[in-house]
Design a protein around this ligand. Sequence first.
Ligand code: PMP
Length: 352
Amino acid sequence: MSWRTYIREVEPYVPGEQPQGETIIKLNTNENPYPPAPAVEKALRNMDPAWFRKYPDPSADILVEALADCYHLPKERIFVGVGSDDVLGMAFLTFFNSGKPILFPDVTYSFYPVWAQLFGIPYETPALDGDFRIKPEDYRRENGGIIFPNPNAPTGVFLPLDQVEEIVKANRDSVVIVDEAYIDFGGESALPLIERYDNLLIVQTFSKSRSMAGMRVGYAMGQEELIQALGNVKYSYNSYTMNMPSIILGAEAVRDEAYFRETTGKIMKTRENAKARLSRLGFSCTDSRTNFLFITHPRVKAAQLFEALRRGRIYVRYFRAPRLDNYLRVTVGTDEEMEVLYDFLESYLERL
Ligand code: PMP
């Protein structure tokens, strides 16, 4: 048999485009429109390239310590990685080994089925209801683990904490991962529940609320046993996952609470305004608690609008997938960027 027979075949996750150029309005990958905390710039300027001669700290201690201070947790309850994608991939590898199907919603972060396929994990996808809500009762069947984002992506819909707890409580024999990539934009974190549930892992990221997508910093929080297990897998794969600048600058980004509140607050305000403005243009929006909007229009197909926006140099995200293919996901930009979007949409819809 040829070696080709034995290649691991996977259908990769497709990330959003990263178009270059000053004149585009980029609302397609849920980045934060504001720069990271000012202390990040200062620390960046003070960095000495001679430091890079050495390997980084494999335990990323200063970053873990900054997170521990921020969340009032012992360091043993925090695991860090190269963006939450790295942390989530590691968590799949660590916790989803029973051979039983794991569960995640039919409409959700499209990386979950990719990791499941890559690691040979069977999965089932309970359907969201007609309003894109997770139905906790669907997660009462036998399973090898559960994962869902809260708020969900790409819908933006938030599952109230009592329902998150219902799922965690009903599955004490499985690890339940709550992917809180967008939690800082008005959701309520399930973090306090880790005190009571040893099967709950919370995953968050610096990519959205901390304006650090390019630095690739993510983290998980849970009881020591879960964190230790993640560490064992990480150190069996690559000890030095996080590079030195990400560790140093990540620690700076997390210390400035006031700046974090200011920028996440601005984004939430722009988002609520966007819901009103887009509704006036005839769009339906979910009640997003994230830094993006999930919208559909009764008179124009999402695919057509996506292309028109693109020609107008406004990039948003379109998913050619069941249940999603008449929606657009639009990242919340600055007020100025959003005005350009509303103007474009208004004149486009007028001309229809
Ligand atoms: N989870 C969800 C739900 C996301 O939308 C994203 C962003 N693509 C991630 C995790 C990963 O983000 P990052 O790796 O930048 O932390």
